[in-house]
Design a protein around this ligand. Sequence first.
Ligand SMILES: Nc1ncnc2c1ncn2[C@@H]1O[C@H](COP(=O)(O)OP(=O)(O)O)[C@@H](O)[C@H]1O
Ligand SMILES: C[C@@](O)(CCOP(=O)(O)OP(=O)(O)O)CC(=O)O
Length: 457
Amino acid sequence: MAPNAVAVSAPGKVLLAGGYLVLDRAYTGLVFGLDARIHVIVQDIATRNGVTLNEIIVTSPQFQDAVWEYGYRLTERDGGIQVTPLRVDATLKLNRNVFVETALGYTLTYIASITTPNVTPASITILADNDYYSTPTSLSAKSGAAPRFHNLGVPISKANKTGLGSSAALVTAFTAALLTYYLPKETIDLSTDSGKRKLHNLAQASHCAAQGKVGSGFDIASAVYGSCLYKRFSPDILSHHVEPGQPKFASQLRHIVDETDEADRWDTEIRKDEVKLPKGLRLVMCDVSCGSQTPGMVKQVLAWRKENADEANAIWQDLQNANDSLAKELRALAESDTRQSYEHLKQGFARIRELIRRMSERSGVPIEPSSQTELIDACEAIPGVVGGVVPGAGGYDAISLLVEDNETTLNELAKLLSGWTFKSEASGQPGDGRVSMLDVREEMVGVRAEDATSYQG
Ligand SMILES: Nc1ncnc2c1ncn2[C@@H]1O[C@H](COP(=O)(O)OP(=O)(O)O)[C@@H](O)[C@H]1O
Ligand SMILES: C[C@@](O)(CCOP(=O)(O)OP(=O)(O)O)CC(=O)O
């Protein structure tokens, strides 16, 4: 590890309540960070045969073919720093990673817009905690302690994601690591509110650009701030700037990140104090590996809402009230010294599920399909399980549970899940999916500086 190495990590996410609603500024999302993190280490590039490479090399050593090399140059007319993917070998097809490439271009451009840049060559390593991907059977069968970061042995596109929000955690940790590496602490300090706010704005901008759409951004918000109640930004903030490399891109990006004028101010609302988890309870995430996620669910739900505004708005408002009550009850229990019953929490989950099912039925989109209803019902029947939901956009991907944090409950749950055969109506083939409990739980802390030497070996 080079002596100037810096390391930063950012957490994954689960939108426990507020899926679809959070796309609209009139509503909020209850988002928990998860303790599966993506880590990014930046250091001096090692010389090859005495020759210093004038480029930035990014590697993700857990995957096959995961090396991306970039040249970079300052463009004319305030277009920012343009990064150009280089071929690792002239005979190979250009291997691209749009999230890495975009975050690199945006971050270097921002750095160049606020300082006279001294962008030295660098080597960047990405490491993802194991729960971002389903463990291949070949690895789970191996005896002995699992390595801290599995080598998945496949290209990233072939790895089985568990839906914890890898691209948002990656873009956030990657952006934060570059800012820390190239800028002095007096210019940006990510442990302060103003540093976090700039990181948030920059990471939202490049994540949206890489995704090719402006989503609600709850995943970047939780990667930066950890668990929070989230109200999205107005999409307008990110829809007026020119493309990277075009004249004035650099100044436009600086205005967006630094909020230089009142008119540039982000209207995002992040309320950290309003999200608490009572002592003795924890979140459990279950991955449903039946691979039949319905594409375009967001589009379909929003199209239905547009056509049926009155009915939809009534459901949206009822859900917002139910989500607020759940967050409030969690806070009340967390702040009380005397142990209270979980009855209100149970009712809260039941009400949210009822409304999500109504949303599902009315829009014709399988947000809580009947196979998920069966699974959550079975989990909720276990003593110690307080309640469950389909998180985020729902569908067949995952379920989230709030449970009492004790061995008996977790063992009972593991027993139920290991024998569960998931029936996916979507594929029409009963019995084609398994459910596994991920080794993750809620995480209150967002982006975090790490000790770079801890990744050695
Ligand atoms: N560990 C990683 N190393 C390198 N790139 C990664 C890693 N994890 C995620 N990415 C980037 O993010 C993309 C996945 O993003 P996406 O499909 O939006 O999934 P998610 O829902 O997990 O964010 C990958 O194709 C890759 O570009
Ligand atoms: C529908 C949504 O409100 C929530 C989607 O949450 P998920 O956690 O399902 O998202 P992905 O990680 O992108 O699959 C869309 C949004 O808020 O952008």
